[in-house]
Design a binder for this molecule. Structure first.
Ligand code: GEM
Ligand code: ZN
Length: 382
C-alpha cells in the first residue's frame, strides 16, 4: 500500500533562523543549503522548522553545501539537534559523506525544529537581563549598541568598591556559538542563588558580564560575523564605531573599570571537548600569567568532569600570538589572566551524553563550575 505523504514545508523566518530550501518535492528526502553570513563567506550555523511531517515516517534532510562550510572537517562525528517544543533538544542520527550532511527523524509530531546547536533565543536573553538587573547587588552598568542598534548590556555583580578584583566574562562574539550565552545564564543563575561561595567571591571581586556581544549576528542566524561581516574576535586591535561598535563598547568599559581576569566564552566546531586557550604567544606573557592559567585549568578540572586539558588548540609560539583576538588583546593590555573558553558543538567526549551531546544545560553547569573556580583563584590574581 503506498502512503501519500503530505508536503513538508521549511521555515527559518524567525530569531536565529538559517536555511535555504533546495528541494522539498519528496517529503521523505528534503534538500537544503546553509545560508552564508551576510557580507561574509562564513557559514555553518543552521536552524529551521519543518512542518507537515508524517509521524512514524522517517524524514531525511540533507545540507547539500556542507562541504563548503567554514569548518567542513568538523561535520565528522557531529550530530544535528532537533526539538518538538524549542525547549527540549536531542541529537538525531547524522552522517557526513564528504559533500552533504545527512540527518533524519522519525517524528512523533507533525512539526519539529532542527539546529546546529541548541539556540539561545533573544527573548530568553531579554528575560535573563531583566532577571539579573533586578537581583540585589547586580546592576545594568552600561548598554552598548550593535551595528543595527540592538542593546549590548553590561551587567555588574558586586558594588564596585575600591580594591575589589574586576572579573570580566563576555560571550558569543561569534553569534552561532549559542552555548556561550547558555554558559552566561549558568553564571547568572549561580549569582542569583547567592550561596556562600558567591558571597565570598563578591566580597572581594566584582563580576562584569556581557552575555551576548553579537546580537545582530545571532538574530540573523550567522555563524561568525556581525552585521558588517566582521569577525569580532579579530577586531580587538582596530575596533571602530562604524564596523565593530560591539568590541569598541567592551574595550571602552574595560578601560573605564579595569580588568583583573578576562574570560571569553566560545564554541568550537571540531574538538569534542571543553578546553581553554591562553595568551602564551603574547609579548607580555610572564611566568605569573602562565602559573595563573595553569591554576585556573587545574582548579576547573577539580570542580567538574566537563573540562579537560589534554585536547585543545595548538599553543602559540612566544611572541607569535594573534593580537586581534580578544583573549590576547585584553591579556596584554591589562597584564591579567585572560582565557578563551571553548565548548563543543559535538559532545565532551570525556563525559559523553548520548541523548543531548553538549547542551545548553551542560553549558549552564559549566558556568556554575567557573564561579567555583574564580572563588578559589581570586586571591591570587594580582
Ligand atoms: C577561536 S580562538 C582561536 C585561538 N587559536 C589558538 N590557536 N589559540 C577563534 O576566534 O577562532 C575562538 C572560537 O571561535 O571559538
Ligand atoms: Zn568563537
Amino acid at each position: 500500500m503506498t502512503v501519500t505523504l503530505s508536503p513538508v514545508s521549511i521555515d527559518c523566518a524567525f530569531d536565529a533562523g538559517n536555511i535555504l530550501l533546495v528541494d522539498a518535492g519528496n517529503p521523505s528526502r528534503i534538500h537544503l543549503n546553509i545560508r552564508p553570513d551576510t557580507h561574509s563567506g562564513h557559514f555553518q550555523w543552521f536552524h529551521f522548522k519543518a512542518s507537515g511531517l508524517t509521524p512514524g515516517h522517517t524524514h531525511a534532510f540533507s545540507l547539500d553545501n556542507a562541504s563548503q562550510s567554514s569548518y567542513s572537517a568538523a561535520w565528522e562525528g557531529y550530530q544535528a539537534v532537533a526539538s518538538y517544543d524549542q525547549q527540549n533538544w536531542f541529537r538525531v542520527p547524522t552522517r557526513y559523506d564528504g559533500k552533504a550532511l545527512h540527518f533524519s527523524l522519525e517524528p512523533r509530531e507533525t512539526q519539529a525544529w532542527f539546529a546546529y546547536f541548541e539556540p539561545y533565543p533573544r527573548a530568553r536573553h531579554n528575560q535573563l537581563i531583566e532577571r539579573a538587573s533586578a537581583l540585589p547587588g547586580v546592576e545594568l552598568l552600561a548598554t552598548g549598541r550593535s551595528v543595527e542598534g540592538r542593546d549590548i548590556p553590561l551587567l555588574r555583580a558586586g558594588d564596585g568598591g575600591a580594591g575589589k578584583r574586576k572579573l570580566w566574562i563576555i560571550a558569543q562574539q561569534h553569534p552561532g556559538e549559542h552555548m556561550a550565552e547558555w554558559f552566561m545564564e549558568g553564571v547568572i543563575d549561580r549569582i542569583q542563588g547567592n550561596d556562600a561561595t558567591v558571597q565570598a567571591l563578591l566580597a572581594v571581586a566584582d563580576l562584569y558580564l556581557i552575555p551576548n556581544m553579537n546580537p545582530d549576528g545571532a538574530a540573523a542566524g550567522h555563524l561568525r560575523t556581525n552585521a558588517r561581516g566582521k569577525d569580532l574576535n579579530r577586531a580587538w586591535q582596530d575596533a571602530n564605531i562604524e564596523h565593530t561598535p560591539e568590541v569598541l563598547f567592551a574595550q571602552q568599559q574595560m578601560k573605564l573599570y579595569g580588568v583583573d581576569l578576562f574570560l571569553d566564552a566560545h564554541g568550537d566546531e571540531e574538538i569534542p571537548h571543553v578546553f581553554t586557550a591562553g595568551c602564551e604567544g603574547n609579548p607580555g606573557y610572564t611566568d605569573r600569567i602562565a602559573a595563573l592559567e595553569e591554576r585556573f585549568r587545574s582548579t576547573l578540572c577539580s570542580v567538574t568532569r566537563d573540562f579537560q586539558t589534554t585536547h585543545g588548540y595548538p599553543r602559540s609560539k612566544p611572541g607569535q600570538a594573534n593580537m586581534t583576538l580578544a583573549c590576547n588583546a585584553v591579556g596584554q593590555a591589562h597584564d591579567c589572566l585572560s582565557l578563551t573558553l571553548e565548548m563543543p558543538f559535538k559532545d565532551h567526549d570525556d563525559a559523553p551524553d548520548a541523548v543531548t551531546g553538549w547542551s545548553g544545560e551542560r553549558s549552564k553547569a559549566l558556568g556554575s563550575a567557573v564561579i567555583d573556580t574564580l572563588a578559589k583563584l581570586v586571591a591570587a590574581l594580582r
